[in-house]
Write a protein of this length. Structure first.
Length: 118
């Protein structure tokens, strides 16, 4: 199983990049997909989550209204559209997949750095 993130980089404040996470090696529709982030010196935090049907949406308070999570089941890909970025959004963003059935299968991507700076 593999999760590969892309779309990070250096972004100006107010920018609107989109992160992508391509999944392979497992049944995408059976997993709840999440984006986490970890800023330097801070704990990893949940940013957003979504089921394969597009429901069960969940957002951190700090990003609600600015970030949108979505999936493309045909491409086994989950996206994180980030709008109105702030310097405090600077972090490594990780894609996560957790099995929605019985069992504890969980996968992580390698992370993609997002730096918000002018």
């Amino acid at each position: 199983a593999q999760l590969v993130e892309s779309g990070g980089g250096l972004v100006q404040p107010g920018g609107s990049p989109r992160l992508s996470c391509a999944a392979s090696g497992f049944t995408f529709s059976s997993y709840y997909m999440r984006w986490y982030r970890q800023a330097p010196g801070k704990a990893r935090e949940l940013v957003a989550g979504i089921s394969s049907t597009g429901g069960s949406l969940n957002y951190a308070v700090s990003v609600k209204g600015r970030f949108t999570i979505s999936t493309d089941n045909a491409k086994n890909t989950v996206y994180l559209q980030m709008n109105t970025l702030k310097p405090e959004d600077t972090a490594v963003y990780y894609c996560n997949a957790i099995y929605m059935g019985r069992g504890s299968n969980e996968y992580w991507g390698q992370g993609t750095q997002v730096t918000v700076s002018s």
